[in-house]
Design a binder for this molecule. Structure first.
Ligand SMILES: C[S@@+](CC[C@H](N)C(=O)[O-])C[C@H]1O[C@@H](n2cnc3c(N)ncnc32)[C@H](O)[C@@H]1O
Length: 302
């Protein structure tokens, strides 16, 4: 059963999201996250030296979450297969296998569909227009998977033990459910990491994805974790929805972005809202490191 808190709290740790020592076992009621997209050409070129390193990160994460997530509760992972230098990596399948092997139940796969025309990377579909013959078909990608894993069975009797006030604050509007949420395909506009935007170069997901997951899988006052916090979307929405939140982010350079994102909405929130920031030994200046790596490679290949 989830540990109940009487007040909300917010903690951001700069350090790797696969080392969650600062969290008590069973403290987390819901995980909403999107791991770095394996060596994604725009956002994380060559972040991982190979695919096995990437899978190791997910394995460590799954094993840690098995202990930190309360019995029966949910880990929601927004992810997608990644095309790197012409090769597609089966991240959705591998993530599923890793979480199942770590002991989670595979509960659901929701497909997040972005609007047509919102394609970030070059239009691969144009290849067939240039060569209108068999074998030139490379469709544009406008979907991602939201993988839902469950840490064992949930005890539905728990609801009956919750105070009325918590139940009232957590109730889901069934009109909205009937119109938008009853299918396992969600049409939600994505955040385009445009120049000058807070989320530039971060591959952030939109507030609406976090909002739906928090509404569907956690009660008011419970703790939501994002081990790859990025710009802070999960924490921002958790605050708005009266949940506590914990975030991990390896890149110290995102500190100001996270502060700005949370502060943007702070005006609307309780004046006592305090977000605590901690820096661990393995925090990095990831963006600077990656930029250096890319410019080094460019100068070598010139
Ligand atoms: C896809 S983004 C998450 C975006 C986030 N959902 C948002 O809406 O802004 C993945 C994040 O993971 C971070 N990251 C990469 N490796 C990490 C690690 N080992 N531990 C924690 N964060 C890491 C990246 O710096 C990046 O900010």
């Amino acid at each position: 059963m989830t540990k109940k808190q009487t007040t909300t709290s917010y903690r951001v740790y700069f350090g790797s999201g696969d080392n969650l020592n600062e969290i008590e076992d069973g403290e987390v009621s819901l995980v909403v996250t999107s791991p770095p997209y394996f060596n994604a050409p725009f956002d994380y070129p060559d972040l991982f030296s190979n695919y096995d390193n990437y899978l190791n990160l997910l394995e460590n994460l799954a094993n840690q979450l098995k202990k930190k997530v309360a019995e029966g509760r949910i880990v929601a992972i927004v992810t997608d297969d990644m095309l790197v230098k012409g090769e597609k990596f089966p991240i959705v399948a591998d993530t599923t296998r890793i979480f199942v092997d770590a002991g989670f139940r595979y509960r659901e796969r929701i497909t997040w569909i972005k609007p047509k025309g919102y394609v970030r990377i070059s239009r691969r579909s144009g290849v067939l227009l240039q060569h209108p013959y068999p074998m030139y078909y490379y469709p544009d990608n406008i979907q991602e998977s939201i993988l839902i894993f469950q840490n064992g069975e949930y005890d539905y009797k728990e609801r009956k033990t919750l105070p009325k006030e918590i139940l009232q604050k957590s109730i889901i509007d069934t009109k909205f459910y009937n119109q938008e949420l009853y299918l396992n395909t969600w049409n939600v506009t994505n955040v385009l990491p445009q120049k000058g935007r807070l989320e530039e170069g971060i591959a952030a997901f939109p507030d609406e994805i976090a909002r739906r997951l928090i509404m569907l899988y956690s009660y008011h006052g419970e703790t939501v974790l994002d081990p790859f916090l990025g710009s802070g979307t999960t924490m921002k929405v958790a605050i708005e929805m009266g949940r506590s939140a914990i975030g991990y982010e390896i890149d110290l350079e995102l500190q100001n972005i996270i502060k700005r994102k949370l502060k943007v909405d702070q005006d609307r929130l309780d004046q006592n809202l305090k977000v605590m920031f901690f820096t661990k030994k393995d925090a990095r200046n990831l963006r600077t490191d990656l930029n250096k790596k890319v410019s080094l490679q460019k100068s070598v290949t010139k």
